[in-house]
Design a protein around this ligand. Structure first.
Ligand code: ASP
Length: 723
């Protein structure tokens, strides 16, 4: 550890649990500051990296940039603060925007909830949804809202589980087991809360986060898909954008305030703090910042990793997903029920497929592999310049490279087989049932995380939820495609899978989850039989993955150590689903020579794009209100129109979907939902010239909600005037 920062110290600082009972997040954050300072990142490192642990903001001079809040107002150990109003909604982010648990997030984040409540008769996806009273708000099965309450550094306890002489796979398993053990203990000590250990730096730094965990989440308002997904896959990851990608949900708890499963009698959750909505929006040049739960980035990974992504994994994903999307499209063309079943998965495959194409293009164009290789060459030179250092770290980069080279060799087979089981729903369900049975026979802590007692119910519920979208005819086509790709008859599903299946009723499926492996082997079902046959091969892949992860974690931990020594400044951890802050300005950009794109779009643009053909359809009521020029207070001061979407240079990734866009006062002025095509490579490297995030302007949200769809009760609840 070496940095010019006097506050740096030993990474094993005894960061005591913040308080025995769970304190405000703010206090937590203060301690988190210490955690990241031990890694010594300094203000200079802030210039080009942007997903800061929230605790570090008092080291930034954001006043000059336009932030009116003190660091203490964003987080404060002694009182509620802004971050108390932020939550995680499944893999997305949300903000509490009322004292009664009202959450604003993206339409694409609420999509699964809207879809599962929809039927050809009550087609909320197509027509939009508004619960006119609390009683009409609909349950969102499978949704969970988390609010970060506290954390502590558990690196020491986790890494103590590793003993000398362990193989890489043993190392992975030992770390996994210790993590599970600590999580379990933490949950036992704080009933109703959820514990989660996040790996901040691979093989090196682990932090135990405690979350309030709300399981009764309901859908409150969703615009029609024609608005919430306007432009569909064509416009996804593109700017200019005209998508009203927002929805409202609500968190509910038991009458005594404790978290509980869905129950009609539950009451709206009272957040410690809610975020004030400002109908003023944000305009070009304005300072904005985001709080959210970015999912994954790979900025600390090597050139060899990027090469693997560029040459192997990303092209594989593009090809595989394009074919699956096309298959689902064909199956959906004439039947709305089938289209509804496929809609959620199709949407997420299309999202990843296009992002992968953007990443492929960006990696090449921004010469990311080349640049990272250059940095590594310099690092290697530094390592080799000192015999002791060379002895310790000399092989690290080479070993990482060798690991990815090895992964490349069997990548197509491995990725195809894993995707086979996850893509063919019948196989996926049968696998979860059988795998659960095998794992259940083990001690709780030795099981895969999904099958531990604390997670089992959720795993079963998720499997059932997925099963509801099962369409046998499509599954059959997809299964055939996969067996062709795998090129080996032993993987193909024979006719018995497609006739009567034992997995046709929810109650039977729940019973299956009670059976032992031996009992399951006797069930007459084609999917189960195939899974049992393939199981040893799948377990071999699982074991190999653990072996690889163990190796990589060890090498990456060494790499971070020596990089810190070399650069004398250190690093913001890669995104890992924990709370971060990023900031920037509403700002256009030049994606290519001679092109400059402005940072705001308007309703006029929606009308111009509207062709009446999917995905560019605009509901009649929107057109009418536009023609009436009934814009209320939501007009842009200079554009003389309702602003629809915003572009800004923050540092975001998946998981920032639904993050509030906050102005300098900390008021919500929009909701983040995407990035520009060039910014898809944010996941590998951020750059001021191409990294742009996209959000829906709050004025469009409020105009649609209050004016067009007359959901005035929501505006009242948020304290916003519609006139
Ligand atoms: N729209 C994106 C997603 O769903 C959000 C992002 O990655 O910036 O993943």
């Amino acid at each position: 550890m070496n940095s010019g920062d006097p506050t740096t110290g030993n990474s094993q600082l005894p960061l005591a649990f913040v308080k025995p009972v769970f304190p405000g997040w703010c206090f937590v954050m203060r301690t988190l500051l210490v955690l990241f300072l031990v890694l010594g990142f300094s203000v200079t490192a802030f210039a080009d990296e942007g997903m800061y642990p929230i605790s570090s903001i008092d080291r930034l001079s954001l006043k000059d940039q336009g932030l009116d809040l003190s660091a203490d107002e964003i987080f404060n150990p002694d009182q509620t603060c802004l971050v108390d109003g932020i939550c995680r909604v499944n893999g997305c982010t949300g903000s509490f925007v009322s004292p009664s648990g009202l959450i604003i997030t993206n339409h694409h984040c609420a999509y699964r909830a809207i879809q599962s409540a929809s039927s050809p008769k009550n087609d909320w996806l197509k027509n939009g949804f508004f619960g006119k009273t609390l009683e009409e708000e609909i349950p969102a099965p499978g949704y969970v809202v988390r609010i970060t309450e506290s954390y502590r550094d558990v690196s020491k306890e986790v890494l103590e589980a590793v003993a000398a002489g362990m193989t890489s796979a043993e190392r992975t398993k030992a770390i996994e087991k210790r993590r599970k053990e600590l999580e379990k203990q933490a949950e036992e000590a704080a009933p109703g809360m959820r514990a989660d250990i996040a790996e901040m730096f691979a093989g090196r730094t682990y932090v135990l986060f405690m979350y309030t965990y709300i399981r009764d989440v309901r859908l409150v308002f969703a615009p029609p898909s024609a608005i919430g997904n306007f432009g569909g896959a064509v416009d996804n990851w593109e700017w200019p954008r005209h998508t009203g990608d927002f929805s409202f949900m609500r968190a509910y708890v038991a009458a005594d305030g404790s978290t509980a499963e869905y129950d009609k009698a539950n009451v709206p959750y009272k957040p410690k703090r809610f975020i004030k909505v400002s109908s003023g929006g944000a305009n070009e040049g304005d300072f904005v910042f985001l709080l959210g739960y970015p999912g994954r980035t790979a900025r600390h990974k090597t050139a060899s990793f990027l090469t693997y992504e560029r040459d192997v994994r990303l092209p594989f994903v593009v090809g595989l997903y394009q074919w699956q999307i096309q298959t689902m499209d064909q199956a959906s063309a004439k039947d709305r029920l089938v289209a509804l079943k496929h809609s959620s998965r199709k949407q997420s495959l299309a999202n990843v497929e296009k992002r992968s194409r953007g990443q492929l293009k960006g990696i090449r164009r921004a010469r990311i592999v080349y640049k990272r290789q250059k940095q590594e060459d310099a690092l290697q030179e530094f390592i080799d310049s000192d015999p002791q250092r060379k002895a310790k770290y000399g092989e690290v980069l080479g070993m990482i490279e060798a690991t990815y080279a090895q992964m490349t060799q069997d990548a197509v087979y491995r990725l195809t087989l894993n995707n086979y089981v996850s893509s063919v729903r019948g196989l996926g369900l049968a696998f979860t049932i059988y795998d659960a049975a095998v794992e259940r026979a083990k001690e709780d802590l030795d099981r895969e995380t999904a099958y531990m007692n604390r997670n089992m119910d959720q795993t079963v519920d998720r499997a059932i939820l997925g099963w509801k979208d099962w369409h046998h005819a499509t599954d059959r086509i997809i299964a055939r495609g996969f067996s062709k790709r795998l090129g080996d008859a032993k993987f193909s599903l024979d006719g018995s899978a497609w006739g009567e299946t034992a997995l046709s009723e929810e109650s039977t499926i729940r019973e299956m989850f009670e059976k032992s492996p031996a009992e399951l082997a006797k069930v007459d079902d084609g999917f189960l039989k195939k899974v049992i046959e393939m199981y040893p091969e799948l377990m071999k892949l699982r074991e190999q993955a653990k072996e690889r992860d163990g190796k990589l974690a060890k090498f990456y931990a060494d790499l971070i150590d020596v990089k810190q020594e070399f650069q004398k400044a250190s690093f913001v951890p890669d995104a890992n689903g924990t709370l971060r802050m990023t900031f920037g300005h509403v700002k256009g950009y030049s994606p290519e020579d001679a092109v400059f794109k402005m940072p705001a779009t308007t309703l006029k643009g929606v009308m111009q794009k509207t062709t009446g053909v999917d995905p560019f359809v605009t509901p009649r009521e929107v057109v009418n209100k536009y023609l009436e020029k009934d814009f209320g207070p939501f007009l842009h001061p200079t554009l003389n129109d309702v602003p629809v979407a915003l572009l800004y240079d923050t540092d975001t990734t998946g998981g920032n979907s639904g993050s509030p866009i906050l102005n300098g006062k900390g008021d919500l002025v929009g909701v983040n939902f995407d990035r520009a095509f060039e910014a898809t490579i944010n996941d590998f490297a951020w750059n001021e010239s191409y990294s742009r995030s996209i959000g829906v302007d709050i004025r469009y949200v409020l105009w649609l909600t209050g004016k067009v769809y007359q959901a005035k009760r929501l505006l009242d609840e948020m304290g916003v005037a519609a006139e």
